[in-house]
Design a protein around this ligand. Structure first.
Ligand code: NAD
Length: 465
């Protein structure tokens, strides 16, 4: 066993369900999946640990989180190895090492963002101040696309604010969830951060547990709606980071060559399995062919393959279910006469869930590949002649996580009209731990990151005299 395999070995069970590398099918470890009954025990531990953790000073909790970030950095290569083998993303590029480094950065940010008491009124009429108190036990439910960094986004702010946490990783990336928690727990007191493994029934039991005061949920719109229903009995607070179908609108004044790389990574980061990836691209007729050609040039150059190969920049899809979604949407586009510029012809005999980098041009806005979230490496490029029409199309879906405008003059007028939680100009998907992130419409509610993210995992309390 090599050094970078040590963490995978540590979190892998002796028996249970085999976990396979999505690039090769090789068994990389085992997981003992929990049941709804295990939730109660995990919440019990978290509830017992919470008063002691909340009694520490803010500075003491921040110091513990800083030590947790040190632990992430010390184990960064091992963490990257786990997520590469289990999720499929490449070690290199915007892949596994990038995710591990992001975990440390977000934990540090949660521990260093100031949240002072706010004095709201201080005059002859009286004195009122606003404090942010712990909620209690936070349930954190994570998806499989960025399993470690999303866990960090949920866990670190919740802990900073004096809550304890029960995390349920996605059943597709349990080892990644166990690995990041194990490393964080090297620096945290016992009972403060707990993990319960399992599928949707376990997540449902966590949401329904009466001792859970807040649920941080990141996943699909469909499951988000179930979480809302299941949480109603407790009126627990919710942050819902749900799916997106982000539009990008190119304006006619751009240089296609200059934006091609940004468009590519906006769409293909993590092989398209990213909540706020560019999922529909609207390009004006006047420069349509140039933009498609420039994108095709860069797309052809990016190597896809097994994540452990340092030369690769894109890996496989994580699972068969997602492969089927991408394949169905591309086949539907082909059947309706859209033009395949590149890809669209998966080698179904090869090992792993590889789907080729795919660009689909001359596709109608009503195509399923445009209207549904593909969550994979297949980008539809829609031609427009009237900018008003493009804005209407961009806003014409139920979700609104991110969006982007690509324009030489960087004007914000079009950006302001797009119904999305974040609108980027001349980039897509870039996030920053200091800047709030969340969705509009059915992409969810509540935000993560920054001071707003800390407030979201606490109860505001006014003290007035
Ligand atoms: P999913 O909704 O299938 O699963 C997410 C998590 O919810 C998993 O841990 C799953 O086990 C759990 N779960 C399933 N049923 C449940 C239930 N009834 N109650 C409670 N928990 C339940 O999502 P996924 O396929 O893992 O993730 C992909 C989706 O997540 C995409 O739509 C993507 O856009 C979205 N996403 C959003 C963000 C964001 O920040 N907005 C980030 C990443 C992914």
């Amino acid at each position: 066993m090599g050094e970078r395999e040590a963490l995978l070995e540590r979190v892998s069970a002796d028996g249970g369900t085999e976990i396979k590398d999505p690039a090769t099918g090789e068994v990389i470890g085992h997981v003992e999946f929990g049941t709804p009954d295990d939730v109660a025990a995990a919440v019990e531990v978290a509830a017992k640990a919470q008063p002691g953790w909340a009694a520490l000073s803010d500075a003491e909790r921040c110091a513990a989180l800083m030590r947790a970030a040190d632990a992430i950095e010390a184990h960064a290569e091992e963490l990257a190895y786990v997520v590469s083998r289990e999720q499929g993303k490449t070690m290199n590029g915007l892949g596994a090492r990038y995710e591990a480094a992001g975990c440390a950065a977000w934990v540090r940010a949660a521990a260093s963002t100031p949240l002072p008491v706010e004095v709201l009124v201080d005059d002859e009429s009286g004195h009122s101040e606003l404090h942010y108190r712990p909620i209690g036990v936070v349930g954190a439910i994570t998806p499989w696309n960025w399993p470690m960094i999303i866990a960090s986004w949920q866990i670190a702010p919740a802990l900073r604010m004096g809550n304890t946490v029960v995390n349920k990783p996605s059943e597709y990336t349990t080892l990644s969830g166990l690995a990041i928690a194990a490393v964080l727990n090297e620096a945290l007191p016992p009972g403060v951060l707990n993990v319960v493994t399992g599928a949707g029934d376990v997540g449902d039991a966590l949401v329904r547990d009466r001792r859970i005061g807040k649920v941080m949920f990141t996943g699909s719109v469909k499951t988000g709606k179930k979480v809302v229903e299941a949480s109603a009995g407790n009126l627990s607070r919710l942050t819902l980071e749900l799916g997106g179908n982000d539009a990008g609108i190119v304006l006619p004044d751009v240089d296609p060559q200059a934006i091609a790389e940004g468009l590519f990574w906006g769409a293909f980061i993590n092989n398209g399995q990213t909540c706020a990836a560019l999922k529909r691209l609207y390009v004006p007729d006047a420069i349509y062919d140039q933009v498609v050609d420039a994108l095709a040039d860069i797309t052809a150059k990016i190597p896809m393959g097994v994540g452990l190969d340092e030369n690769n920049a894109l890996g496989p899809l994580q699972n068969q279910m997602q492969w089927n979604v991408v394949n169905r949407l591309v086949e539907d586009a082909k059947a309706h006469g859209a033009r395949v510029v590149m890809g669209g012809d998966p080698d179904t005999g090869a090992p792993g869930y590889f789907y080729p980098k795919t660009l689909i041009a001359d596709i109608g806005n009503d195509a399923a590949l445009v209207q549904e979230e593909q969550f994979g490496p297949a980008l539809p490029i829609i031609r427009y002649t009237d900018l008003e029409q493009a804005v209407e199309w961009a806003n014409g879906v139920d979700v609104g996580l991110g969006a982007s405008v690509w324009s030489a003059d960087q004007d914000m007028t079009i950006a302001a009209r797009l119904e999305a939680g974040t609108v980027w100009i001349n980039k897509h998907g870039g996030i920053d731990p200091r800047v709030p992130f969340g969705g509009a419409k059915q992409s969810g509610y509540g935000v993560e990151f920054g001071v707003e993210g800390l407030k979201a995992v606490s109860v505001p309390q006014v003290i007035s005299r």
